[in-house]
Structure formats: structure tokens, C-alpha cells
Ligand binder design. Structure first.
Ligand SMILES: NC(=O)c1ccc[n+]([C@@H]2O[C@H](COP(=O)([O-])OP(=O)(O)OC[C@H]3O[C@@H](n4cnc5c(N)ncnc54)[C@H](OP(=O)(O)O)[C@@H]3O)[C@@H](O)[C@H]2O)c1
Length: 213
């Protein structure tokens, strides 16, 4: 059965993802920080087939929740309600954009690991944070195309990784699983795999080289 995908954040990234997922999946919902009604025009014009919901409803309804808010905002969400869900962390901590956030400044590991600590019981997958929203539709290609761009993902739960990999494939990219959530450090801003247009083979070559360093 088609998974229910709930996107939290209806800005540049959330809207682009909702459009793309709606092309392959029946059940896609999105929210912003306001009432569902505030998305009426956006749904009509940009996101036909996508539903707007209230945050508690969306968390309960979704099988896969995608966090696409500015990172500073995630702690305002009802995180404890996400226990048991697959949660895709598509956010970045990037101080030039977010401003300095003390706990992320002093945390040396993957920002997604810090976020995972705030959502006990959820299966966190870090991905979709490395591609500019404007490139999602532009760079999507059918499976098997030799130029198909790769998107990396990292997570501790094998089943969650596999399901999220299917989502990435469905929207036109090759999913490359790079292992545990701690490997998400390889996908953060200012790293070699951030915001680069590479195929899966090229990505594996980069990973191979990085592991030898
Ligand atoms: N832009 C990109 O190309 C891109 C690519 C990869 C990753 N990312 C990451 O994706 C995240 C979002 O970036 P963006 O560029 O899409 O930001 P954006 O255009 O500023 O949109 C942010 C969205 O988050 C919503 N939001 C804020 N607080 C919320 C809350 N408590 N509950 C529900 N929704 C809330 C906002 O709602 P309101 O409209 O009601 O304020 C808005 O719809 C960032 O962490 C960024 O690093 C962005």
C-alpha cells in the first residue's frame, strides 16, 4: 500500500517535495506554521491532490514525516507525537542562514543525531537536505538514465532507509544509502556531497575516497 507522506514545512523545499511526491503517491499532506486554510491557494495552484492538515492530525496520519522547516523551528513541533514514525530530516544547520544555535554549534556530530535525541522512538533518516529545491524537478530523470542524479541517505533503521530510498527513486533520483545516521556528517553544508550533481557511481567513488582518508 502506498505510504502516507506528511510534510512539515510548506516553503521552498516542502512545496517542491509535495509536488513531486504527489506525482507518484496518492496520500501526501503538508502543513505550515499556520492553520490549514492558509494553504488553500497554494494547494489549488501548485499542489493539486495534496491535503493540508493540522499538525497533530498530520503526525498521527502519516507513515513518513518529512521535516522541512528552518532548523531553528523544529523544537516548536510536537516531537513526542512522532514516536514510532519514520521521520526524514531534510533540514540543515547552516549558521549563515539559521544564525548561531548554541546546541548545534557545540555538537560535533551529525545535526540529525541531535534531532534524533529529541524524537525518541522515531526512525530518523537524514536525506533530501542536500539538493536545492529548484533542482528537484529540474534534475529528476527516469530510472536507468545514465545521467540520473544520486541523493544520499543515512539512518540507523534498515527498513526505514529502504522505504525512504523508494521515495527518492519515485521522484527521479538514485538513492545511495551511506549507512548509519552518524554518517550524516558527510551530508551537511560545506561537505563534498552537499549540493553536488553526481551520479550514484560518482557518489560511491567519493565515498570510497573519503573512507580511505
Ligand atoms: N530551500 C532549499 O533549497 C533547501 C534544500 C534542502 C534543504 N533545505 C532545508 O529545508 C528547511 C526549509 O527550508 P526552506 O528553504 O524550504 O524554508 P522556507 O522557504 O523558509 O519555508 C519554511 C517553511 O517552514 C514552515 N514552518 C516554520 N515553522 C513551522 C512550524 N512550527 N510548523 C510547521 N511549519 C513551520 C513555514 O511556515 P510559514 O509559512 O507558516 O512560516 C514555511 O512554510 C531548512 O532546514 C533548509 O536547510 C532547504
Amino acid at each position: 500500500m502506498s505510504p502516507k507522506i506528511g510534510i512539515i514545512g510548506a516553503g521552498k523545499l516542502g512545496t517542491a517535495l509535495a509536488r513531486m511526491f504527489a506525482g507518484s503517491y496518492e496520500n501526501v499532506a503538508i502543513i505550515n506554521s499556520r492553520a490549514p486554510d492558509s494553504l488553500k491557494l497554494q494547494l489549488q495552484i501548485l499542489l493539486p491532490g495534496v491535503q493540508a492538515m493540522e499538525v497533530h492530525e498530520l503526525i498521527k496520519w502519516a507513515d513518513i514525516i518529512i521535516l522541512a522547516t528552518p532548523l531553528r523551528q523544529y523544537q516548536t513541533l510536537p516531537l513526542s507525537e512522532m514516536a514510532g514514525k519514520i521521520v526524514v530530516d531534510a533540514m540543515n544547520y547552516w549558521s549563515p542562514v539559521d544564525g548561531k544555535i548554541a546546541e548545534f554549534e557545540k555538537y560535533a556530530d551529525s545535526s540529525s543525531e541531535l534531532i534524533a535525541q529529541s524524537i525518541p522512538g522515531a526512525r530518523i533518516v537524514k536525506t533530501l537536505n542536500t539538493v536545492a529545491y529548484s533542482e528537484l524537478e529540474e534534475h529528476a530523470l527516469p530510472k536507468g538514465d545514465e545521467k540520473r542524479r544520486a541523493i544520499a541517505l543515512a539512518g540507523d533503521d534498515t527498513d526505514a532507509n529502504a522505504l525512504v530510498a523508494q521515495l527518492i527513486d519515485a521522484i527521479g533520483f538514485d538513492a545511495v544509502t551511506i549507512g548509519m545516521l552518524k554518517n550524516g556528517t558527510l551530508l551537511q553544508p560545506d561537505t563534498e556531497l552537499f549540493n553536488v550533481r553526481v551520479t550514484a557511481d560518482e557518489m560511491y567513488a567519493v565515498l570510497d575516497r573519503l573512507q580511505k582518508v
